[in-house]
Every structure is written in C-alpha cells, then in structure tokens.
Design a protein around this ligand. Structure first.
Ligand code: ARG
Length: 462
C-alpha cells in the first residue's frame, strides 16, 4: 500500500478501504499524460525560481527514465500504488532521491488529475475526429460511384419513392459530418489548462499558469480554480457526442442488417466482416453490425451515469469524480472500435445494384410520378391520386409493375395517358427530375458531392 499521505494518520488504512479508494487499475492508462504534465510543471517551477535548474534537470531525467522503463516493460505499473500520481512520484524519489520530493510543489492531485484526464481525452477526441473523417471519405466515394444506382427510398419501412444509393449514403454523410463538427467544438471548448489550480484555491507560489498551458499545447489557463478541479462538463459533452455517433452507427447498422437479409439481398457483407453459425452451414451473419447496434447502449449508459454522478456534487473536488474514468474510457474504446469496424465493413461491402433497382420498380415507388404526369396533363392532383390508386390495385392483382402495363391498360383507366407515360415513370426520370438542393437527381447530387469534397479538403485532421 503506497500512498502520498499518512502523516496525520495513526492507523493503517483498512485493506478493503484501500482497494475501494484506489484508482491505479484504471488511471494507469494515462501514465504518459501524467509524466508530460509533471515535466511541464517542473519546467515552469524552475523558470519561476521555485526549483533550481539542477533540480529541474534531475527531475526531468528521472521522469523520462520512468516513461522509458514503463514503455519497454521493465517497470510494470502495479496495484501497490494508490493511483498513477503516487506511482510516478514514488518511483521518481526512488530514482533521484530528495529532488523527487519537490515535484509536487504548488500542485495538488486535484489539478493534476484534471490535467491528466484532459490531456488524455484531448488525444482521443483527435482520434475520434480522424476516424469520423475516414468514414466520411468512404461515404463520399460511395456517393461518387452511385449517382445512378437506383433504389427504393422508404418511409415507415415501406417503399416510398425512388432514390439513389448516392443519396442514401449522402444522408449518413450529413449525420457523421455533424458528429465530426461536434468533436471539433468540444476540442475547442475543453482546450484550457487546469494545472496550477491547486486543490481548489490556487497556490501561494508565483506559478506561471500561462506558461504551463502553452507548454502543454492549450489555448490558455482556465479562469476559476474551483471550477478547474471540478469541471467534468467536457466529458459529458464528449459522452453526449459519442452517444450521437453511436446512435447514427446503430441506425446505419440496422439498415445493413435489413439489406443483408435473404429477403432484401441489397448488399453482401464481405467474408472478412461476417461470421458463421456453428449449426447452420448456410449462414453468414451480420454480427459486426449487430454488435455496433448492441454496444450503443453502453455509451448511452456512460452518459447517464456521469450526469447522475455530477448532479449533486458541491464545489469543489469530491472523490465521486474519480468515477468519470472507467465510464469515459469504456465509452471511448467502444466508439472508436465501432467506428473503425463499421468503416471497414462499409468499405468492403458489395451493393447489388440490379436487385435494388428491381425492388424500387416493384414497389410502386414511381406512383407519385404517375400522378404528377396526370397533373401535368391537366388532371387535378386529388383526381390523379385516385386514378393512380386504381392503377396500383390493377397491378397488384396482375402481379406486375406500373411500367409493365400496356398503353391500352393505362388508357382503360384514364384516357389521358399517352406513350410518353413510360418515360415519365422510368426510374431514371423519377430520380432525374428531382433536382432541388439536397434531392437525389444527378445534377443536384453532383453539386453536393463537390461541396462535401471541399469540406473534407478544408477540414484536415485535427
Ligand atoms: N484518483 C483521483 C481521481 O481520479 C485523483 C485525485 C485525488 N484527489 C484527492 N483529493 N483524493 O479523482
């Protein structure tokens, strides 16, 4: 049991209490950030004359040695320390002696842990941004390749109007683009340095907080020391943004699962991204999509959990806040994993263009266009709606598509129909006529593709 305190205690901590309180099993994850923060801190202490240059050099050498040994495996981070901060400080003092004991001058574990978690999270936000960007690139490629791949668009999971695969992928492009924008907003808002806030009320040492903030790549120091040590808003924002990413991935997964079913056969998931059944030899299951859909609940759960943890905490630091870590780590790992796997699955998935077009044809998705044809020939819309309703009924009885009717059959229901009805209700026309901004028509789609391409070029990785 190695702790940084104990001076005012006359008894050993109960073993159960020690274990309940300790955080090393999970905060060892940010040993790199802890060491980086300490290096910045002592660099500043020396600049301010609080440590000598020699002490600073000794401490930094010691810290770099610890970093090296942890990374090469010769110094395992074990549970005998209370937390990662104790581990680093104890090992530093063991290596360099008394100078190590000066590391914590003008610092508390409260501002230290606030810093470590921010540094760690900031890197993860950058990675999430990159993963979202990769997904957007795959989507944009699919959009470019499929402006004439017709498929049914659905409402109520009923075939509604024809669209293209480019248009469908474009809808997800918008969702994940907003997700990416949210990550970048969070990055901007969180990028202020809490180091130097002490336990809650700053310190009496002449710390240069602007300098440490700069050394650590922050836009500046935080402006209230009590808020600095007890702010977990940025984690809540991140959990919320990741919940939305997962919600989008889950919707998309649901569609992939439906499209991959024997009834639809719109897509075939690559062998590398599917799994088999131990009993049914014919099966190729969309497990990755199902797992992504299933894991969404964990991330939502983390958001609700942290919101609840924070809601009754008086200022400033309270130990409840230690609960932020496992939740956030798990949610980040889950979201990153799901993004990477989903992107890989999408990149390798085969779309069955013929099957999708057939499905659009046989679902009367051109019924609105048949009605519009009549309207363009002087029939009031409500009457046109009724006439096309009769056409649909007729086709259902005969088990044919609107396009399969002869002109005589059309004319027997309304004399207004002429030879040009076939062109008016062809898949191509139905889609091509829809060219308002955001619609599936090729010309409209190409403008959007150009705009999204420009967006990606103007927003490289963080
Ligand atoms: N393990 C603690 C946490 O994660 C570090 C801060 C401890 N501070 C304290 N005053 N006990 O929040």
């Amino acid at each position: 049991m190695a702790q940084l305190w104990g001076g005012r205690f006359t008894k050993e901590t109960d073993k159960l209490v020690y274990n309940f309180n300790a955080s090393i099993s999970f905060d060892k994850r940010f040993y790199r950030q802890d060491i980086r923060g300490s290096i910045a801190h002592v660099t500043m202490l020396a600049k301010q004359g609080i440590l000598t240059e020699e002490e600073k050099e000794q401490i930094i050498d010691g810290l770099n040695g610890i970093l090296r040994d942890v990374e090469n495996g010769s110094l395992p981070i074990t549970d005998e320390y209370e937390d990662i901060h104790s581990f680093v400080e104890a090992n530093l003092t063991a290596r360099i002696g008394d100078a190590g004991k000066k590391l914590h001058t003008g610092r508390s574990r409260n501002d230290q842990v606030a810093l470590d978690m921010k540094l760690y999270t900031r890197d993860e936000v950058t990675e999430l941004d990159g993963l979202l960007r990769e997904l957007l690139e795959v989507l944009l490629t699919l959009m470019k390749e499929n402006t004439e791949t017709f498929m049914p668009g659905f409402t109520h999971l009923q075939k509604a109007q024809p669209i293209t695969l480019a248009h469908h992928m474009g809808a997800y492009f918008e969702m994940f683009k907003r997700d990416r924008q949210r990550m970048r907003d969070i990055y901007k808002r969180m990028n202020l340095c809490p180091l130097g806030s002490g336990a809650l009320a700053g310190t009496t040492y002449p710390l240069d907080r602007e300098y440490t903030a700069e050394l650590l790549g922050f836009d500046g120091p935080t402006l209230n020391s009590m808020d600095s040590v007890s702010d977990r808003d940025y984690l809540i924002e991140l959990l919320s943004a990741m919940s939305t990413v997962m919600m989008h991935l889950s919707r998309f997964s649901e569609e992939v699962i439906i499209w991959n079913s024997n009834e639809y056969k719109f897509v075939e998931i690559d062998d590398a991204y599917s799994t088999g059944s131990s009993i049914m030899p014919q099966k190729k299951n969309p497990d990755i999509a199902e797992l992504v859909r299933g894991k969404t609940g964990r991330v939502y759960g983390a958001l609700m959990s942290l919101l609840t943890t924070m809601k009754g905490i008086p200022l400033a630091y309270n130990k409840d806040m230690q609960e932020d870590k496992e939740l956030v780590f798990d949610a980040i790992d889950t979201t990153k994993g799901c993004l990477a796997l989903f992107t890989g699955m999408l990149r390798t998935m085969k779309f069955n263009a013929e099957r999708m077009e057939e499905s659009a044809k046989h679902g009367f998705t051109n019924a609105t266009d048949a009605a519009d044809y009549l309207v363009n020939h002087g029939v009031p819309f409500r009457d046109a709606h009724g006439i096309v309703g009769q056409l649909v009924l007729y086709c259902i009885e005969k088990k044919i598509a609107l396009d399969d009717m002869t002109l005589e059959e059309f004319k027997s229901i309304s004399p207004v129909f002429e030879e040009d009805i076939y062109d008016a209700i062809s898949m191509k026309t139905c889609v091509e006529m829809r060219n308002t901004i955001g619609a599936p028509g090729k010309a409209a789609m190409e403008k959007v593709i150009a705009a999204e391409e420009a967006y990606l070029a103007e927003n490289p990785e963080l």
